[in-house]
Design a protein around this ligand. Structure first.
Ligand code: DAH
Length: 339
């Protein structure tokens, strides 16, 4: 028995030392210490040992087991360390290699223009508000003084969800929504997407963006509107920009005007950019119609206000001298990354 144990011990030590991987080492553990292992079978044959020898043989078995376990553990630690060192070696990063190109997107010209307009109006104490793109006919038309059979409804042909709900044709319904909230005075702009049943061409798209403006307070006059828009266009297109109001008609403002700015390319002499006019139309505006104020719960005897609506794409196209609106929607990165 004694010889057998020392033979097992010797063989185990030899095999452990020869193990060059964790898998092999584990196989050795199973061979010697496992349920069907060599040492276990010795224990099972204890019944054949004379009773007086059993304590001595038992102790010997334990010593052999401990010796094998100790060497197994030691070798395991060694092999793990070696594996880790090898992994670190393999994964070393060469910091002198050129970095991988990281393609980061950037802001769309529409977004840049919108943020610029927001910056200007926030600077004048305006709040930026929002309204729904899917809107009630009531807000998009009725409350803006455009009743069912009004010709303006035809000009702004849109997509009907049903008889009462449309894709908004303008950001003007946000005016009605904000006025109805009843918190006065109001000084807000409302940028957002609008929809019209228009064919796509260089200056039209069935979906585009506007920025609405609304100011309601006591004693607001057309002079305030003029002054505000003058500051706006000078900030946007440069200090030398001149502004011109042309009488116009919008159902929800009275009086109404369209605003032209002097061409910032030729300074007003006339060029290809302004189609020889010297002026470029940029927005519609006016004094909020008393009937609109009334419909939105504001007393026109006490309050007055002005409103304006500007096309966002128009500003982006002008500012960046882009001659076709479709380019803004094609999402061609080669085009977009120029701005
Ligand atoms: N909503 C008008 C349009 O889409 C633009 C407009 C004109 C807005 C006059 C206004 C305004 O707020 O006062 O054609």
């Amino acid at each position: 028995m004694k010889e057998k144990l020392s033979a097992i011990r010797e063989e185990a030590m030899k095999q452990i030392e020869a193990s060059d991987s964790l898998e092999k080492l584990n196989d050795v553990r199973v061979t010697f210490l496992g349920k069907k292992g060599e040492l276990t079978s010795v224990l099972k044959s204890m019944k054949d040992v004379a009773p007086e020898d059993r304590p001595m043989v038992g102790q010997l078995v334990n010593e052999t087991r401990e010796a094998i376990e100790a060497l197994l553990d030691e070798t395991k630690t060694k092999l793990e360390r070696a594996a880790r060192a090898e992994q670190l070696e393999r994964e070393v990063i060469d910091v002198t290699l050129p970095a991988k190109k990281n393609n980061v997107g950037h802001r769309h010209p529409n977004t840049i223009a919108q943020e610029e307009v927001e910056r200007i109006f926030i600077g004048m104490g305006y709040e930026v508000m929002e309204g729904p793109e899917v809107e009630y006919d009531l807000y998009n038309f009725e409350k803006l003084n455009i009743p069912a059979n009004h010709p303006a409804k035809d000009e702004q042909d849109t997509f009907y969800i049903n008889k009462d709900i449309v894709l908004r044709t303008q950001t003007s319904p946000v005016q009605a929504r904000v006025m109805e909230q009843g918190k006065l005075p109001i000084r807000m702009i409302a940028p957002g997407r609008v929809f019209r049943a228009d064919e796509v061409d260089a200056t039209h798209s069935p979906s585009f963006h506007q920025i609405e403006g609304l100011v309601i307070d006591k004693n607001v006059t057309f002079a305030d509107l003029k002054g505000t828009l003058e500051v706006f266009v000078k900030e946007l297109f440069g200090e030398a920009t001149k502004i011109k109001f042309r009488p116009h008609h919008f159902p929800f403002t009275e009086p109404s005007a369209e605003v032209d700015v002097s061409c910032f390319k030729c300074g007003g002499k006339g060029c290809r950019f302004c189609k020889g006019e010297g002026w470029i139309e940029i927005l519609g505006c006016g004094m909020v119609h008393p009937h609109v104020l009334e419909m939105c719960g504001i007393d026109p005897e006490e309050y007055s206000g002005f409103a304006f609506g500007v096309g966002l794409e128009r500003i982006a196209l002008l500012k960046y001298e882009i001659d076709d609106m479709r380019l803004l929607y094609e999402n061609d990165a080669r085009f977009l990354k120029q701005f």
